[in-house]
Design a binder for this molecule. Structure first.
Ligand code: ADP
Ligand code: MG
Length: 313
């Protein structure tokens, strides 16, 4: 029997006015996945996570968490998930235990059990010795771990974490990552977003990469590298003989594949950092008449490079 997915979206779409922020996104996250959700700034990560967290209505498509629809069964979903937004206000003048106790009460955990629950989550995130500290006095990394403790208070099966490592120094980031690995061992399903692929590469078993609201890749982390290694794609159109152009391109060692579709040629280069002007050179020098040349619509390689290096637009 197929395992039931923990999180599944089908053609999820979200418009802001007439701007398409999410465009038919279909994703599957399995139980106990530590799933990396990667995309440069503005790609649609926060929009997706807010829809999954029932804070934002989709304009189209559906999403389910543990079989519950995020729109129709929003209440059920809220009990299953722990959502950590990309930015959350900190209650600087509150003590650590007070803060967690407050959220425990929000989730209607009986006061007799609340102490124990608070101790447990504090231990899990390594903040036991900060129990009585004021939140404002904690380091950024500790505040982030406290944020994790907060979303764990009702023992949710699925965690939705929006860029939890962003802005942390390397050491604090490693501490957060170690907690996430521990949570995965405890059987939690975790979706963590980032605009940096390398940040999640060693942590996650599966990833999805989105750009401009569209899915570019989903699968095992290694597949990203394989896809990148397959080289950049350039589309060309010639007004001269198509077969002649194909023959010219195929002769070149930098070209790995040439496919003709709708009178256009899809040229795949061996190396993803080969300059695409090479294609123009080969064609023009061979006597073909080039009328159009452009990179793959979504700039797949550009996206990969950007998220690999953690660059933002
Ligand atoms: N409340 C909003 N109103 C209008 N546009 C928005 C709103 N929230 C996000 N956007 C736009 O939607 C796109 C996706 O944004 P977002 O989901 O925040 O991406 P990410 O989290 O990947 O940076 C961006 O172009 C952003 O400017
Ligand atoms: Mg965001």
């Amino acid at each position: 029997m197929e395992p039931q997915p923990a999180v599944q979206t089908l053609n999820l779409t979200r418009l802001y006015g007439d701007m398409v922020a999410l465009n038919n996104l279909s994703l599957t996250v399995h139980k106990a996945d530590l799933f990396g959700f990667i995309g440069s700034n503005g790609a649609g990560k926060t929009t997706t996570l807010r829809i999954l967290a029932t804070f934002l209505a989709p304009s189209g498509g559906t999403a389910q968490i543990m079989g519950h629809d995020v729109v129709r069964d929003a209440d059920a979903v809220r009990h299953i998930i722990g959502y950590m937004p990309d930015f959350f206000g900190v209650y600087k003048d509150m003590e650590v235990t007070e803060y967690l106790d407050f959220f425990g009460a929000c989730y209607k955990i009986p006061s007799a059990q609340r102490d124990k629950v608070v101790q447990d989550v504090l231990e899990l995130v390594g903040l036991t010795d900060k129990k009585g500290a004021l939140i404002g006095a904690l380091s950024r990394g500790m505040q982030q771990r406290l944020g994790l403790a907060r979303v764990l208070i009702h023992d949710p099966a699925v965690l939705l974490l929006d860029e939890p490592a962003s802005g942390l120094d390397p050491r604090a980031r490693i501490e957060v990552m170690a907690i996430l690995q521990e949570l995965q061992r405890l059987g939690k399903t975790i979706i963590i977003s980032s605009h940096i692929l390398s940040e999640l590469e060693t942590l996650c078993n599966r990833v999805a990469i989105i750009e401009k609201g569209q899915l570019i890749y989903t699968g095992p982390v290694q597949g990203v590298r394989d896809q990148m290694a397959s080289g950049r794609v350039v589309w060309v159109r010639v007004s001269s003989d198509l077969d002649h152009a194909i023959a010219l391109l195929k002769q070149h060692t930098e070209v790995s594949a040439v496919d003709a579709t709708d009178g256009r040629l899809k040229v795949t280069l061996v190396n993803h950092d080969t300059d695409h002007s090479l294609v123009a050179d080969v064609l023009v020098k061979g006597g073909a008449r080039l009328v159009e040349l452009r990179e793959d619509e979504l700039g797949l390689e550009e996206v990969f490079l950007r998220v690999t290096k953690g660059e933002t637009q």
